[in-house]
Each structure stands twice: as structure tokens, then as C-alpha cells.
Design a protein around this ligand. Structure first.
Ligand SMILES: [Zn+2]
Ligand SMILES: [Zn+2]
Ligand SMILES: [Zn+2]
Ligand SMILES: [Zn+2]
Ligand SMILES: [Zn+2]
Length: 222
């Protein structure tokens, strides 16, 4: 595991920065909140976030979770999970739940995980990449006429083809009903399926303060 040495004041600044970033996400529109706005934001958003957290996983229905989606996990639309709508005042009643992308101009209407084969996303049966397909529902290919919508023949680590999998978005009671871990309640935005330290290692790494012997999960853009 990689270790980076930082002095205490730098560590504290890193802590505060990531704490802020993980709570606020992009909700400040790129201009950091003033301390008053930050307090106001937490008062308004955290209770609903704790109550309405959504868990996101990728797997075969009624099977294991092959992949837990975290804030940085890319969608079919190539934007990250945290760039999709993940906070709800009231969770919509319809299922499956759709989490649309919030990046301006993106037509993605529902977060959808695409497995990766090494550093690249898997290809469609038509041989083209996800980004060659429409981001709108149906995911038709824009480079050929033979494609009936993005579908990969890739076989997942669980032995089932990619096409047998779905991106599942569920509430805490729904996840508990499947006897899957829900973890502790956390105030952070867009945690998706991350429920414990080991799952944080996917896209996160441990930062040890020199000599302090403590491990802190911190966020890393991969
Ligand atoms: Zn998307
Ligand atoms: Zn998008
Ligand atoms: Zn194609
Ligand atoms: Zn295709
Ligand atoms: Zn699988």
C-alpha cells in the first residue's frame, strides 16, 4: 500500500478539504461555500441524505454484487457517479430508480455502470465503445447500423455475461431486505454502494500520517 508523508498541518488541511468536498460534492457550483453557507447546507441536506441514501451496485439479479459503485465510478455516459443526481428530498416511488446525469448537455437519464477490461470500458457486440453509442435510453450506436443497442459479450468475474447484469439502485430498506450490508450512516455525498473501509479501497487509498500509525481513507481521482 502506498504511503505519503505529510506534516500535521498539511494533514489537517487535507482532512478539512476532503471532508468539505465529500459532503458538498459539486453542490457549491465551483465556488466554495462561506462557513455560514456550509453550516446552512449541512442543516438542510444531511438529514435527508442520511434518511434517503441510495445504494448502487452492479450484479446479476438475486446474485452477489460484482461491483460496488463509488463516487468516482464512471457511468455509461463517461461521467462519474457523483455527477449524477443522488440526493432526494423524497425518493421517487417508481422502480427501477433512475439517477440522471447532472452535467449540462449530457443526455444520460439513468446511471449505468459499464464493466472495464483493464483500463478501457468493454466494447459492444458491434465492436464500438460505449462512447460511440447514444447516451440516451436504448444506447444505439452512432457509428454503425447493425447495433440494436449497447450490449457486451464480456464475461464478468462471476462467470455470467455482462448482459445478464444490471445496475441496481436501492434504498436502505430494500438493500436490507436482500441481506446486503448497508454500513454506517455517513454524511458524504454520492457514496453509492460503498459501505465499509475495504470497499473504500476501490478508488480510494490509505494515507498514513507519519508516525501516527493511523490510516485515513482519502479520496483519489484515478
Ligand atoms: Zn450517466
Ligand atoms: Zn453524463
Ligand atoms: Zn456500432
Ligand atoms: Zn453497439
Ligand atoms: Zn458479475
Amino acid at each position: 500500500m502506498e504511503k505519503i508523508c505529510l506534516d500535521q498541518s498539511a494533514l489537517k488541511a487535507v482532512d478539512e478539504y476532503w471532508e468539505y468536498r465529500r459532503i458538498v460534492g459539486d453542490d457549491d457550483g465551483g465556488t466554495p461555500f462561506t462557513p455560514e453557507q456550509y453550516e446552512e447546507y449541512k442543516k438542510r441536506v444531511l438529514p435527508q441524505r442520511l434518511k434517503n441514501r441510495l445504494y448502487v451496485s452492479f450484479g446479476v439479479p438475486d446474485g452477489i454484487d460484482c461491483k460496488l459503485i463509488g463516487p468516482e465510478t464512471e457511468c455509461f455516459c463517461a461521467h462519474r457517479y457523483k455527477q449524477h443526481k443522488t440526493d432526494f428530498e423524497v425518493i421517487p416511488p417508481e422502480r427501477p430508480l433512475s439517477l440522471p446525469c447532472q452535467v449540462r448537455g449530457c443526455h444520460c437519464s439513468a446511471y449505468e455502470y459499464v464493466p472495464r477490461n483493464g483500463p478501457n470500458p468493454v466494447r459492444c457486440r458491434c465492436k464500438h465503445l460505449p462512447q460511440d453509442h447514444s447516451k440516451a435510453t436504448g444506447h444505439l450506436c452512432m457509428k454503425c447500423n447493425s447495433c440494436t443497442g449497447f450490449q457486451s459479450t464480456y464475461i464478468c468475474g462471476c462467470g455470467q455475461p455482462c448482459s445478464a447484469h444490471q445496475t441496481l439502485i436501492e434504498t436502505k430498506p430494500e438493500r436490507e431486505a436482500r441481506f446486503q450490508p448497508v454500513g454506517r450512516d455517513v454524511p458524504y455525498a454520492a457514496m453509492g454502494g460503498l459501505t465499509g473501509f475495504s470497499s473504500l479501497l476501490d478508488g480510494y487509498f490509505a494515507l498514513g500520517g507519519c508516525g501516527s500509525g493511523t490510516l485515513k481513507p482519502i479520496h483519489l481521482d484515478l
